[in-house]
Design a protein around this ligand. Structure first.
Ligand code: LMR
Length: 420
């Protein structure tokens, strides 16, 4: 009776023990928070140069025609349960062909362990988890700078991180000698993450000759090259050209890992379609590696959503749809290349005292402008132009109608600066 009274009293007057009192807000994500700030701005002039997702010349997200056609083809398909193993292995195989090109023999030889992944982030996360389980003492070497989420992914997988030098701020280009020194000086058998094309955030890619040297040095050091292929097609408009770096490594006999994403080049960001592939020495290893990856997937999210997978595999298995997709990738890449040229010209026409050659020298979705965090803040406050704090411009947000406004805004905040 007394106990019942006490319990009742407790329930009615006191709050439940505070489980989460010690939890503070997590730091804002440097990329997604740009969109939040942009959405909160009511100015008609506002421009979002934050997230790296394609927009057309009206600033609108695009559903590719190949995706529309594939959607019509799969309409009515029974996809309430997971897709069959055949569809899933086919997706992995077709994805791999996109990066491996004629080196796809390794798939036929059964040396390839591949699984579908939740876009590029999911593929990287799976690999990070796999790395921690199999090589718990090894760090991942990330380029400095790299996509901010790489740091989160390897941190959450509890893999230690090192960086290798990549970018030279003075030239706004590649710091090749420093990169080579860091590859050389890392302990033998280290894991290195490379962006095979359209480096995020710098837009700076090594040349073919430089990739050959990087591959040679990695081979000498027995490093494991892991490629995050998030923007295939966006550097040159050609899927094969953009896979050149990986193909150089394959020709040199490396066992490579690769994260692939269809978020950008098929405009399927919301569908989370991607693939993780690990090349092994023989089929016995590949079977074992694949089973380990499948075990990680099973515990993490069991299986990926199927609608996006059906879209991608429909496109990759139909010659006409695939050709249409390649044309559409080129249209997207060409628009970005045009916007780079126009932005640079507009700044030069304004007699900017600064050199803007890097806008057209850099490639892919991003331009690493060289603007300081203070200048980025000023652009947002005074001109309603939003980009990440490191000065990365997502060129997809630049359009024929906002490029002159953008150039003027950049000019206004930089005109009293001098080249370093
Ligand atoms: C980016 O870097 O903006 C894109 O990769 C989108 C993202 O998820 O961060």
């Amino acid at each position: 009776m007394w106990r019942r009274f006490l319990t009742k009293k407790c329930m009615s007057t006191s709050r439940a023990v505070g489980w989460w009192d010690h939890v503070g807000p997590a730091p804002k994500d440097p990329i997604t928070s740009v969109t939040e700030a942009f959405l909160a701005d009511t100015s008609p002039h506002k421009i979002n140069l934050g997230v790296g997702a394609y927009r057309d010349d009206e600033g609108k997200p695009v559903v590719l025609q190949c995706v529309r056609n594939a959607e019509a083809e799969i309409a009515g398909t029974d996809f309430l349960e997971s897709v069959s193993t055949a569809v899933s292995s086919n997706l992995v195989e077709e994805s791999v062909k996109l990066v491996y090109g004629k080196n796809t023999d390794v798939v036929r030889e059964g040396r390839f362990a591949g699984v579908q992944a939740l876009s590029g982030t999911g593929a990287c996360r799976l690999f990070a988890e796999f790395q921690r389980r199999l090589y718990p003492e090894s760090a991942m070497y990330l380029p400095d700078p790299t996509w901010s989420n790489h740091h989160n992914i390897w941190r959450d997988a509890q893999v230690s991180q090192n960086t290798f030098r990549y970018y030279r701020p003075e030239s706004r280009g590649l710091h090749f000698s420093a990169l080579m020194d860091d590859v050389k000086n890392a302990p033998d058998r280290s894991f290195f993450l490379f962006h095979p094309c359209a480096h995020n955030p710098t837009g700076v890619d090594p040349t073919e000759e430089q990739w050959k040297e990087i591959s040679y040095k990695c081979k000498e050091k027995n490093h494991f090259p892991f490629f995050d292929m998030a923007y295939q097609g966006f550097a040159s408009g050609d899927l094969d050209k953009d896979a050149k770096a990986i193909r150089i490594f394959l020709e040199d006999g490396h066992l490579v890992g690769c994260a692939q994403s269809f978020a950008k080049n098929m405009g399927l960001y919301g569908h989370r379609v991607g693939c993780l592939g690990v090349l092994c020495a023989d089929s016995k290893q590949a079977i074992a590696v694949k089973s380990q990856l499948q075990q990680i997937v099973r515990a993490m999210y069991s299986s990926p959503p199927v609608h996006g997978i059906l879209l991608v595999s429909t496109i990759l298995n139909d010659q006409d749809l695939k050709a249409l997709w390649q044309e559409e990738v080129k249209v997207m890449a060409d628009r970005i290349i045009r916007m780079r040229a126009t932005l640079r010209q507009s700044l030069e026409k304004l007699d900017s005292p600064l050199n803007w050659e890097h806008i057209t020298n850099q490639v892919g979705m991003f331009c690493f402008s060289g603007l300081s965090p203070e200048q980025v803040d000023e652009l947002a406050k005074e001109y309603h132009v939003y980009m990440t704090h490191d000065g990365r411009i997502s060129m997809a947000g630049v359009t024929t109608s906002n490029v002159n406004y953008l150039a003027k805004a950049i000019h206004e905040i930089t005109k009293s600066s001098r080249e370093a």
